[in-house]
Design a protein around this ligand. Structure first.
Ligand SMILES: Cc1ncc(COP(=O)(O)O)c(C=O)c1O
Length: 396
């Protein structure tokens, strides 16, 4: 860290708190609005005719509450131009893709992507005459060979949120830039604190803020942070789609953000300890955690990332769906549910082989994904130990 570069905790505490928005109190309050009132007809007309960025115009274009969080996320991405907020992570992914793709274009999409991202490509984009080719997450600079005359965008997710392959984002971005292709990254797992995406060459950095930014499993929210030159198209498309995150949700997002660095540090430490413990267990064939050498792309993680978060998977040594369910069903401290990034631990059965089209998986047994929360690690390990005993009783 250079002398004038601030640490992560300092940055998340201060980001986006402009005095004109906070009005002198600590947190930017909830400014709810649909109608904005003007002093005169001339005033109203002048307002519509000029750029409304960070200016009250109509509720759909936001208020200081949304601008404050958007600004904070921009500040956390060195080199970024600006950020647009969305009512969910999926809304952010869809708007970002629609801002860069037109009929006749081709999208390259990583085969390890979050399933709803595949869904957008295989249904909505397909209907619009946009084709998608899926690629191996470990392709690296080899992506250059897939870029054809119609390729317009590449959507990466690194690591993949089920199987955690780490992609060579800088190499993919360099190949894309050389051919005028726009790069998008779902950076939800690392957040800009652990992977400053725009610094690594990404054009549009996407977060499901629902996860670590909000951090409390009670709000849906998404964001796209744009590199210079990519924001105005993103904003225009998002306005045309009528996208607006509610001020209340943005406020909760900003509130969550203030503790994100400290939460991530704890998620990191607890998840690493549990992943390392699982790696010693005979019931476990492989731990898919980017910070462990057993994870595909680990060397790229070690080169590019500043830390790891709380989500990873492990592959069981044999067994079937029933044995996996026996492990998960009896867990005391792990909820069973979608999503992640909150303060509480979760366990989820995942079956990535079902979704793959460009790569094959050859796993020794079923896979469990864990979101490691902020509980005491000893309690979580004892819980998983009992779960593995239930698994053993099923299998052996
Ligand atoms: C990697 C990843 N990206 C995007 C999303 C979508 O976010 P949201 O649930 O806010 O739509 C999720 C949700 O689970 C996710 O895991």
């Amino acid at each position: 860290m250079s002398a004038n570069e601030k640490g992560d905790s300092t940055r998340v505490v201060g980001a986006g708190r402009r005095k004109q928005w906070t009005q002198g109190i600590v947190n930017t309050p909830v400014w709810r609005a649909s109608t904005i009132l003007y002093d005169s007809v001339a005033d109203l007309r002048a307002s519509g005719a000029s750029d409304t960025h960070h200016r009250l115009f109509y509720g759909r274009r936001g208020t200081p509450t949304q601008w404050s969080l958007a600004d904070a996320l921009t500040e956390l991405e060195p080199g970024a131009e600006a950020t647009f907020l969305y009512p969910s992570g999926v809304a952010a992914i869809a708007a970002a893709l629609l801002s860069v793709l037109s009929p006749g274009d081709e999208l390259l999409l990583v085969d390890s992507a979050y399933d709803p991202s595949r869904g957008i490509a295989n249904t909505l984009l397909k209907r619009m005459g946009i084709t998608t080719r899926f690629y191996d997450p470990l392709i690296g600079a080899g992506i250059a060979e897939l870029i054809g005359p119609a390729t317009r965008a590449i959507l990466m997710e690194s690591p993949g949120s089920l199987t955690f392959e780490v992609q060579d984002v800088p190499a993919i971005c360099a190949a894309a830039k050389a051919r005028g292709v726009v790069t998008l990254l779902d950076n939800t797992w690392a957040t800009p604190l652990f992977f400053p995406a725009i610094q690594h060459g990404v054009d549009l950095s996407i977060l499901a803020c629902t996860k670590y930014v909000v951090g409390h499993s009670d709000v849906m929210l998404g964001s796209v942070t744009a590199a210079p030159g990519h924001f105005s198209k993103l904003r225009d498309t998002s306005f045309q789609l009528g996208q607006v995150a509610s001020p209340d949700d943005a406020w909760l997002g900003a509130r969550g953000l203030r503790t994100m660095a400290v939460r991530l540090r704890q998620h990191q430490a607890s998840a690493l300890r549990i992943a390392e413990w699982l790696a010693t267990r005979p019931e476990v064939s492989r731990v898919l955690h980017p910070a462990l050498p057993s994870c595909p792309g680990h060397e790229i993680f070690a080169r590019d990332f500043k830390g790891s978060s709380g989500l990873f998977s492990f592959v069981l040594n044999g067994g079937d769906d029933a044995a996996r369910a026996a492990l998960i069903d009896g867990l005391e401290h792990f909820g069973i549910g979608f999503s992640w990034g909150g303060f509480e631990s979760l366990a989820l059965p995942v079956d990535p082989a079902r979704h793959r089209t460009a790569t094959r998986r050859d796993d020794a047994g079923p896979i469990v994904r864990l979101q490691i929360g902020l509980e005491d690690t000893d309690d979580l390990i004892a819980d998983l130990d009992a779960g593995l005993a239930r698994f053993r009783a099923h299998v052996f």
